[in-house]
Design a protein around this ligand. Structure first.
Ligand code: ADP
Length: 337
């Protein structure tokens, strides 16, 4: 094969890889595995709005990264038959940015704001009347001659997502009249099904037990599962082997992921609390400083999984490593007490 052709294929594959998250995104409610409680609530909300001929009310989804919040917003837009406009808290820098987004909506549109906890407070206040009464208050001019004009907005549904619900102000939270829903971690069986679906889209042959092996190390999170599936496939391809338990183990060892899905950083967090802080309690900021990491990353990405596995506990005085956490690292629990 000539080199131009090869480069073209590589470019195509790179592009495919880049958009893989979108390729693997479920297109129907049936393909969206798990989160049954949220799906049922959203169905009722959408059906009731349809029957009354109203716009569905505003919804907030929260939970760890990669659990499927954005995907839900896409599915809702599909169900309503209206377009989805996507933005995020940090992308809306000025009041004018939000005003322009809102005034450019078409009737029935879904506006998705990701990472809404990072929305500036003065911008947040513009959102209140927009969400409540569909109006936009704009102040024209400065000082004594300033005046407010009110613009009527087209009916729209705001769907917001956050990984840090505690950072959302109570007034903003209360305006999600359609509901505030927490996405749960997935079971290993659900993750296994997600992996099997992704594998069939990507033309990868995978046995049930191999999919389950990847699932067990996927942090109960679909995005991680898809990422690990792709890395295992790469390893199998490059080493000219089949995708089996052996290649999965080798790939995950290479990635520094252990048999229960802990990354190197997860293990460092545990080790640090045990060795430097006698197992805790210790504040997250202190752990972050000791590891030269950012506290929000530890709180959003690492801590929820460690808590879910019962390896650390959150107490009012800080984080504490549990007996199970010591056992996982093979450190004697009593020795350090
Ligand atoms: P979030 O917005 O919570 O960070 P996403 O909605 O972007 O997460 O989901 C990340 C990826 O994980 C999606 O592209 C999709 O491939 C997969 N995914 C998420 N939830 C599910 C689910 N319930 N069923 C199947 N795949 C899912």
């Amino acid at each position: 094969m000539d080199s131009i052709k090869k480069t073209e294929i590589r470019k195509k594959n790179d592009k495919k890889e880049l958009f893989l998250d979108q390729t693997l995104r479920p297109n129907t409610w049936n393909e969206y595995i798990g989160q049954e409680n949220i799906k049922n609530n959203v169905f009722v909300l959408l059906e009731a709005a349809k029957e009354r001929g109203h716009q569905p009310e505003h919804i907030l989804f929260y939970g760890s990264p990669g659990l499927g919040k954005t995907t839900l917003a896409y599915l809702i837009s599909k169900e309503t038959g209206h377009q989805i406009k996507i933005t995020s808290g940090p992308a809306i820098e000025k009041v004018g940015d939000l005003a322009s987004i809102l005034t450019n909506l078409s009737p029935g549109d879904i506006l998705f704001i990701d990472e809404i906890h990072r929305l500036n407070k003065n911008i947040e206040e513009i959102l209140y009347p927009a969400m409540e009464s569909g109006t936009l208050d704009i102040i024209i001019g400065k000082g004594p001659s300033a005046r407010t004009i009110q613009l009527e907005l087209p009916p729209f549904t705001l769907i917001a997502a956050t990984t840090r619900i505690s950072m959302l102000s109570a007034p903003l939270r209360s305006r999600f009249s359609g509901g505030v829903f927490r996405l749960e971690f997935y079971s290993n069986e659900e993750i296994k099904d997600i992996i099997k679906r992704s594998a069939s889209i990507l033309d990868i042959e995978i046995k049930d037990e191999v999919a389950l092996e990847i699932a067990k190390r996927s942090r109960f999170t679909p995005r991680t599962a898809n990422f690990l599936l792709r890395r295992c496939r790469d390893f199998a391809q490059v080493s000219k082997k089949n995708l089996n338990e052996n290649t999965v183990n080798k790939t995950l060892t290479m990635l520094g992921i252990d048999d229960i899905g802990l990354s190197q950083l997860d293990r460092q967090i545990l080790e640090n609390i045990i060795e430097k802080f006698k197992g805790g309690p210790v504040g997250l900021g202190t752990i972050a400083m000791a590891l030269s990491e950012e506290a929000p990353t530890l709180e959003e990405v690492n801590e929820p999984y460690l808590i879910q596995l019962g390896l650390i506990e959150r107490t009012p005085r800080g984080r504490v490593v549990t007996e199970k956490g010591y056992q996982h690292l093979k450190i004697n629990y009593n020795k350090l007490l």
